[in-house]
Design a protein around this ligand. Structure first.
Ligand code: JAH
Length: 243
């Protein structure tokens, strides 16, 4: 998978080259290119924004600059189909399911907005020639899309074959079975007078699996009842319902 990011703050994307994601790049599992939007300005001030039509606070990012940048970065879409992703608070929710969907994309191009966002015609123009996703990572407003890109790239790349040491990790993610993950424990057996739940040291794998699912169901009911309500009817067996 090739990932391109266009931003006025390229250094914000430096974490993409660290740790797990950095190793995925070194191993050739993904390619990452970060582009400075200002490279496509032609004026001495390198202007990327202007006042909003209709008035109102803040500034809007200019369509001309974005058009030249995205034409250059995306290139002839025919050659390598890409998805254009625009992080925005006014977007569809980014979910584990969407992360999985994106793992089949040959290319992801992220357009990081700042100020009050990007002139809508940029999304409208590219939506005529490629899939464009306006996506939100949560109901809060950031100063720009860069942090959201870090979140989404990590969520997608960790799902790619070979990236995680243990493929079971991604398969057993929170949300993979529609529930939140239950608690995890490691040595020591007792820490500050708090013991590890004995069942986890029993060696009885069926009991451990049952205990873990019960804790996941309890946690989901307590913190995310919406996820329980969204489960398909056959997702919970009789033992689950007893929790
Ligand atoms: N859903 C999180 C999120 C994503 C992007 C932005 C944002 C803010 C300003 C300009 C452009 C994008 N804010 C929140």
């Amino acid at each position: 998978m090739r990932i391109d990011v266009v931003t006025i703050f390229p250094s914000y994307l430096a974490p993409l080259r660290e740790a797990l994601l950095g190793r995925a790049i070194d191993r050739g599992l993904i390619e990452v290119a970060v582009h400075d939007l200002r490279d496509w300005t032609h004026d001495v001030h390198q202007a990327v924004d202007d006042s909003p039509y209709g008035g109102g606070p803040g500034m809007v990012m200019k369509p001309q600059v974005w058009g030249e940048a995205l034409d250059s970065v995306i290139g002839p879409v025919i050659d390598s189909p890409a998805r254009l992703v625009v992080p925005t608070p006014a977007g569809r929710p980014f979910t584990q399911q969407l992360a999985h969907e994106w793992t089949s994309a040959e290319r992801l191009v992220f357009a990081c907005g700042r100020y009050e966002g990007i002139d809508q015609r940029v999304v409208d123009h590219y939506a005529q020639r490629m899939p464009v996703d306006e996506v939100s990572i949560g109901d809060y407003v950031l100063v720009g899309g860069e942090v959201a890109v870090l979140v989404m790239v990590e969520a997608v790349v960790r799902l790619l074959p070979g990236v995680l040491g243990n493929p079971r990790s991604a398969a057993e993610d929170s949300f993979s079975d529609g529930l939140l993950e239950g608690p995890a424990y490691t040595r020591p057996e007792v820490w500050r007078d708090l013991p590890v739940p004995p069942v986890l040291r029993s060696g009885d794998h069926a009991a451990v699996d049952r205990w873990r699912r019960d804790r996941a169901l309890e946690r989901t009911a307590r913190l995310r009842p919406d996820l329980l309500a969204a489960l398909p009817p056959d997702a919970l067996d009789e033992a689950d319902r007893a929790v």
